[in-house]
Design a protein around this ligand. Structure first.
Ligand SMILES: *[C@@H]1O[C@H](CO)[C@@H](O)[C@H](O)[C@H]1NC(C)=O
Ligand SMILES: *[C@@H]1O[C@H](CO)[C@@H](O)[C@H](O)[C@H]1NC(C)=O
Ligand SMILES: *[C@@H]1O[C@H](CO)[C@@H](O)[C@H](O)[C@H]1NC(C)=O
Ligand SMILES: *[C@@H]1O[C@H](CO)[C@@H](O)[C@H](O)[C@H]1NC(C)=O
Ligand SMILES: *[C@@H]1O[C@H](CO)[C@@H](O)[C@H](O)[C@H]1NC(C)=O
Ligand SMILES: *[C@@H]1O[C@H](CO)[C@@H](O)[C@H](O)[C@H]1NC(C)=O
Ligand SMILES: *[C@@H]1O[C@H](CO)[C@@H](O)[C@H](O)[C@H]1NC(C)=O
Ligand SMILES: *[C@@H]1O[C@H](CO)[C@@H](O)[C@H](O)[C@H]1NC(C)=O
Length: 432
């Protein structure tokens, strides 16, 4: 995926005398909001998803959305279109956002915590990720015909509504500064809140301007072409869009130099989680296959790290989601396909026993899910896709569906922090 860098972001709240006279608004009271996090434009090979505002920012009358009745009021009664919907986090999900967008009256969205002083994840869970994360990028394909694809055996993230993958094309900001949120709600209550019997208030009204301009559009091929075209007259930084990326962090326990290369099947890969279509592990496997991981050999350099590829890997141990261990239980996932091979099955079983023993030492009970259940979404899948018999165990806090009911709820925050933001992928390679 390619990601647009943020070229400008601004958020103003002010008292609007009349939407027609927007040039005169700034002589009324207004304040700039701090600590906002924006949803940005993302591109892949064929689509654009995410958010953006018009060039000069989107202006709308503030309306608080806490339940379905508020959505209905805005849709059927609200006379002051366009609106900026202020949505509480418990109500921020695909269904609400679609209803607001479909009303045709909403120009932007501000998300605030349901409990301003004690923000917490939605009580019943909510996840903007797919219910079957990273499907299509891992090792199980429909064409394999063995029924492991499409989360057929286990739906890992049942609360996932894939909200992150829609093309909203309006600005969406998350606010978490308590003072700012209070001022916003105060302004709303004083000027905008409909009367008890649902009667709309009259001007002047509290309004917001959301600037979240993106230069990227259409798909990554188009965007990269435009970036190359405009590189001689760069306006803001590097162009229209930048590839989404990060660093693969890796290390070996003992030095492996080109004069002392690792033996076949001598390396244990220990991996941690990553996001975005296995972007980090994909690059690593790609470079391994091309004979240039960690870096191409150069004859004139006497000392260089040896080339490492999939043939050198003896085992993979991946730590997946482990933050919600319940009742001291850890789950050791393996791949049912490789366990059909007696020799590989034996090695996997040994690995499971080894990990079970170590878990016991720290008072954790490590168990295996049913052996017919495929691997959860994991970087290991990207390695196994090209080398299916590397004995692998994925460690997680869940037996089947995720225990974490808020997978990637905070992803948009991370996206605003820098240009390149995929979660980093950590790898330790140890010659065994
Ligand atoms: C791009 O993203 C869209 C929306 O998530 C998806 O339907 C499409 O298959 C993706 N295309 C590629 C090439 O991954
Ligand atoms: C917010 O959460 C705190 C701590 O759980 C609680 O004491 C407080 O009453 C909550 N506030 C509201 C408005 O629900
Ligand atoms: C959570 O689920 C319970 C039971 O289904 C429901 O009564 C409650 O309204 C839900 N809470 C929220 C915030 O959606
Ligand atoms: C899902 O699994 C069932 C039973 O294991 C199988 O009959 C079916 O073909 C599978 N579906 C897909 C799409 O693989
Ligand atoms: C901004 O957000 C960060 C991360 O949530 C938080 O630690 C910090 O206190 C916030 N700053 C303000 C001024 O609210
Ligand atoms: C992997 O490394 C081995 C040993 O260096 C080499 O023989 C083999 O050709 C390499 N395979 C690929 C795909 O680069
Ligand atoms: C793989 O090993 C496990 C544990 O030793 C065993 O229960 C299972 O039957 C084996 N599977 C196959 C296909 O041999
Ligand atoms: C690795 O897997 C990809 C996707 O299945 C495939 O296109 C590529 O040819 C594979 N490479 C090797 C060496 O098997």
């Amino acid at each position: 995926m390619e990601q647009e860098y943020i070229s400008f972001q601004a958020l103003l709240i002010f008292i609007l005398v009349n939407l027609g006279s927007s040039d005169r608004i700034h002589n009324k009271i207004y304040f700039d909001m701090h600590n906002k996090t924006a949803c940005v434009r993302l591109l892949n090979g064929t689509h654009q998803i995410g958010c953006q505002s018009s060039e000069r920012g989107n202006v709308g009358v503030v309306h608080l959305i806490e339940n379905v009745d508020d959505v209905e009021w805005l849709r059927s009664t609200g006379p002051h279109s366009p609106y900026v919907a202020v949505v509480t986090s418990d109500f921020y999900n695909l269904k609400s956002l679609k209803a607001l967008k479909d009303s045709g009256k909403v120009n932007g969205v501000l998300v605030i915590p349901s409990n301003v002083t004690h923000p917490s994840p939605p009580a019943n869970g909510s996840s903007p990720e797919y219910s079957c994360p990273n499907e299509g990028y891992g090792m199980y394909g429909k064409e394999d015909g063995d029924g492991y694809s499409d989360c057929n055996v286990t739906t890992w993230n049942p609360v996932g509504d894939a909200m992150n993958f829609w093309d909203w094309s309006i600005p969406i900001f998350l606010l978490d500064n308590v003072m700012d949120i209070r001022s916003l709600l105060e302004c709303y209550k004083r000027h905008n809140e409909p009367s008890e019997d649902g009667e709309a208030r009259d001007w002047p009204l509290c309004a917001a301007e959301l600037g979240d301009r993106m230069f990227a559009a259409i798909d990554s091929v188009t965007c990269i072409r435009r970036t190359k075209l405009s590189q001689s007259l760069v306006r803001f930084g590097s162009g229209h869009c930048d590839p989404l990326g990060d660093k693969n962090v890796w290390a070996t326990l003992r030095p492996v130099t080109k004069s002392n290369p690792p033996a076949a099947k001598s390396i244990v890969v220990a991996a941690a989680r990553e996001a975005f279509d296995y972007i980090g592990s994909s690059r690593m496997v790609h470079d391994m296959e091309a004979g240039r991981f960690p870096s191409p050999l150069v004859d004139r350099l006497a000392s260089q790290t040896a080339l490492i590829n999939l043939t050198h890997i003896s085992h993979i141990v991946e730590v997946s989601q482990v933050a919600r261990i319940h009742a001291g239980e850890l789950w050791l996932h393996s791949d049912p396909r490789m366990r059909k091979n007696a020799e590989v099955n034996r090695t996997v079983s040994e690995l499971v026993e080894l990990l079970r023993g170590h878990a016991l030492e720290v008072n954790l009970k490590a168990q295996e899910p049913a052996l017919k259940q495929p691997l959860p979404p994991a970087s290991a899948q990207r390695f196994l896709r090209n080398s299916s018999n590397i004995p692998t165990v994925v460690i997680a806090d869940h037996e089947a569906e995720y225990r974490n009911k808020c997978v990637r709820v905070q992803r948009r925050r991370a996206q605003s922090l820098s240009i390149s933001v995929s979660q980093s992928f950590t790898l330790a390679i140890s010659p065994s």
